[in-house]
Design a protein around this ligand. Structure first.
Ligand SMILES: NC(=O)CCC(=O)C(=O)O
Length: 266
């Protein structure tokens, strides 16, 4: 499976301009690399312009979902469409969407864990559901940025069969060492590929650390993008590695779930 990631410098508060950037990138990348899957970062339509989202968030996933559906069909490519601010009813969510080559939506997810350090909880509402989805015959999971700190979420997706975990992010420079360590840990403990799309650039005094990655199920970093520049990354992965490592080091068979009942710790 060939995967292309857009490590993007998102223009704050300008969804139309950012959709234009994504369209241009996708056109060039799909013609040059012919990827099976493309991956976009978190909040790529608006950046973290939380105070302005009332005016610029999508409504019920539109227009961003239709825009991505059109691109998926045009270039016959699966799109892990990052996330974007999305108004549903009276609330705004940090919503991700995944679209297959035929332009069909195969997954929608609202970020479950909102980031107190960015005041996300003051402006956004957290999601309450998540599950694996099928992409080109693979089982995949998707988490959004701060979700990476909660191993339970990725573990549940892996126990449910995920072989690849997409992480869409707008991770800040100040906690860059965590970005590295946590992604590698999620790959090793869950024995799956981790594919992340982070942002670069800055907004409101916060710089984003790039370093979008492709990590194999042994935790080897196959590619790490720069920490400063917009970048297009294309990498091929061999999904067979997942079953091979799970056979050699049978972590999932060794689990003792009844000893991990976390609610006893609350
Ligand atoms: N956009 C985010 O979710 C940022 C997460 C973050 O800053 C952290 O976990 O640290």
């Amino acid at each position: 499976m060939k995967i292309s990631i857009y490590q993007m410098d998102v223009i704050a508060g300008k969804p139309e301009l950012n959709r234009g950037k994504v369209k241009d990138w996708l056109e060039v990348t799909c013609k040059k690399e012919k990827p099976d899957v493309v991956v976009l970062p978190e909040m790529w339509t608006t950046n973290y312009t939380l105070k302005h989202l009332n005016n610029i968030a999508d409504r019920d996933g539109e227009p961003t979902t239709s825009f991505l559906q059109h691109l998926a069909k045009t270039y016959e490519v699966n799109i892990v469409g990052g996330s974007f601010a999305n108004r549903k009813g009276g609330n705004i969510y940090n919503s991700a969407v995944v679209i297959n080559r035929h332009g069909e939506v195969v997954y929608r997810y609202d970020k479950v864990h909102l980031v107190p350090m960015l005041d996300e909880h003051l402006y956004l509402t957290g999601g309450t559901t998540y599950h694996t989805f099928d992409l080109e015959g693979l089982k995949a999971g998707l988490i959004i940025c701060y979700d990476l700190r909660f191993p339970e979420l990725s573990r549940k997706l892996a126990v449910d069969g995920a072989e690849i975990l997409f992480i869409v992010a707008e991770w800040p420079e100040t906690r860059k060492s965590h970005w590295f360590a946590l992604q590698i840990a999620r790959a090793i403990e869950n024995q799956l590929f981790v594919v992340s799309a982070n942002c670069v650039g800055q907004y409101n005094g916060i710089s984003y650390c790039g370093n979008s990655m492709v990590i194999d199920p042994l935790g080897e970093v196959l590619y790490c993008a720069s920490d400063k520049n917009e970048e297009s990354i294309t990498k091929e992965i061999d999904i067979k590695q997942v079953s091979e490592i799970r056979e050699k080091v049978p972590v999932f068979k060794s689990r003792v779930p009844h000893l991990y009942k976390l609610n006893t710790l609350e």
